[in-house]
Design a protein around this ligand. Structure first.
Ligand code: PEP
Ligand code: MN
Length: 343
């Protein structure tokens, strides 16, 4: 199919610039496009266009070509075949997907200046790198608190300026994106909008890092295709977030699919974090599943916290108190080295 990356040409480790250029030239002379991804050791060249135009033999005998791998999956740019090295995504002054285990925390909704500042200072002290807080809330009921909107974004920015934390906010519409780009370090696409392709494209166009939550009924394949929508806009800065899926089980709000972490790590080069708060809906389950997320290879966590969870305007029952958050951070710091992560 025209426009797709149908195959990738994997160069030998340490292949010279001249060999890479030569292969690129051979492919482009056949009327096909190339997309180069250079890792520290290996460069891969994606071939875009009608693959029947390419006689594989020609390329395979070109100097320093290792092999040609067909990419049969519909997601290409997010595919690990296309980008063998794990991606590291810069969010403000922190990096997700490297050695560090990244912690995002904060209230479900930004409620007041006092609430968000108190939270920002508390999570910063405990060692978090990113403050989360919803300003546009996609609530199940139209009568529930819908968020402070632009005022919420302004308060998040105020908390950023006061603490030096990076900030992430969910966007639910084009208007929200237009406002959020003025304030935030990262845009969040929530579970309900994972397949809102228009919104994905608009978020992609901003160039900002995007936290893409898994749709509550989406397969991993659909999730990676959603990431592809963002990346196809020329924005490679996508971080995935497993936040639980709908199953028959009702003891927890959703069922945390921890197996998604190693599956994603195999299929994609994108970082993945876990949100045990929305996955369970129950405060007591957040700490054990946070530790399990670290153990299965996640790159970080999103954890809801609140100065006084019982008065929270949304998601109080799953929000940690600051004491609970600090205690969890201490435990994570102790075990992180076992999983080759720093915190
Ligand atoms: C949130 O992070 O506040 C949120 C609404 O999450 P989700 O989209 O995973 O339900
Ligand atoms: Mn919430």
């Amino acid at each position: 199919m025209t426009g797709d990356i149908n195959m990738i040409i994997v160069m030998k480790p340490g292949a010279s610039e001249a060999s890479i250029k030569n292969v690129k030239q051979i492919v482009e002379n056949k009327g096909l496009q190339t997309h180069i991804s250079s890792g520290q050791e290996v460069t891969v060249i994606g071939v875009i266009g009608d693959k029947s135009k390419l006689e594989q033999g020609n390329i395979e005998i070109a100097p320093e070509v290792d092999k040609i791998v067909p990419v049969t999956e519909s997601y290409k740019l997010s595919n690990r075949k296309f980008h063998p090295e794990s991606s590291k995504i810069k969010v403000g002054n922190t990096i997700i997907g490297g050695d560090e285990f990244t912690i995002m925390s904060g209230p479900c909704s930004v409620e007041s200046e006092e609430q968000i500042l108190q939270t920002a200072f508390a999570i910063k002290k405990a060692g978090a790198q990113i403050l989360r807080g919803g300003a546009y809330k996609p609530r199940t009921s139209p009568y529930a608190f819908q968020g402070l909107e632009e005022r919420g974004l302004q308060l998040m920015k105020e908390a950023k300026d006061a603490t030096g934390l990076n900030i992430v906010c969910e966007v639910t519409s084009l208007e929200a994106i237009e406002s959020a780009v003025k304030y935030v370090d990262m845009l969040q696409i929530g579970t309900r909008n994972m397949q809102n392709f228009y919104l994905l494209k608009e978020a992609g166009k901003t160039g900002l890092p995007i936290l893409l939550k898994r749709g509550m009924a989406a397969t991993i394949d659909e999730w990676l295709n959603a990431a592809e929508y963002i990346m196809a806009e020329g924005n490679p800065n996508v971080v995935l977030c497993e936040r639980g899926i709908r199953t028959f089980e009702t003891a927890t709000r959703n069922t945390l699919d921890l197996s998604a972490v190693p599956v994603i790590k195999q299929k994609s080069h994108l970082p993945i974090i876990v949100d045990p708060s929305h996955a369970t809906g129950v405060r007591d389950y957040v700490a054990p599943l946070s530790k399990a997320s670290l153990a299965v290879g996640a790159d970080g966590l999103m954890i809801e916290s609140h100065p006084d969870p019982k008065t929270a305007l949304s998601d109080g029952p799953q929000s940690l108190t600051f004491d609970q958050f600090e205690e969890l951070m201490g435990e994570l710091k102790t075990i992180a080295p076992l999983f080759k992560k720093t915190l």
